[in-house]
Design a protein. Structure first.
Length: 103
């Protein structure tokens, strides 16, 4: 999992890029790879609508939706198992025999 950097830190790096400082120089000064800085720049352009792609907010929504889907699938599986157990415990023939014998 990639390391997460604070939004403020990334914003300062992006401001340096916008000021005209070379990406390679910024990366060396910060001890990051140039690719990391380029990724931040590209994601910022996507978030601002300057480039096609999935924005940060859309990505967060997708992560939350996928998590909720997993939770619901787990809940459904538990419900199905409980239903199967309840079906196995009730024997309809046995109930019919008890009712018929008591008449």
């Amino acid at each position: 999992m990639p390391r997460r950097y604070p939004v403020e830190f990334r914003r300062k790096v992006l401001d340096l890029i916008e000021a005209g400082k070379p990406v390679a120089e910024i990366a060396v000064q910060l001890g990051k790879t140039a690719q990391t800085v380029y990724n931040w720049r590209n994601q910022d352009q996507i978030d601002r609508g300057l480039r096609a792609g999935v924005s940060t907010s859309e990505s967060a929504e997708l992560v939350a939706a996928r998590k909720r889907i997993r939770e619901l699938e787990t809940e459904l599986e538990v419900t199905r198992r409980a239903n199967e157990l309840l079906k196995a415990q009730s024997d309809p023939k046995g109930l019919y025999a008890l009712n018929a014998g008591g008449v």
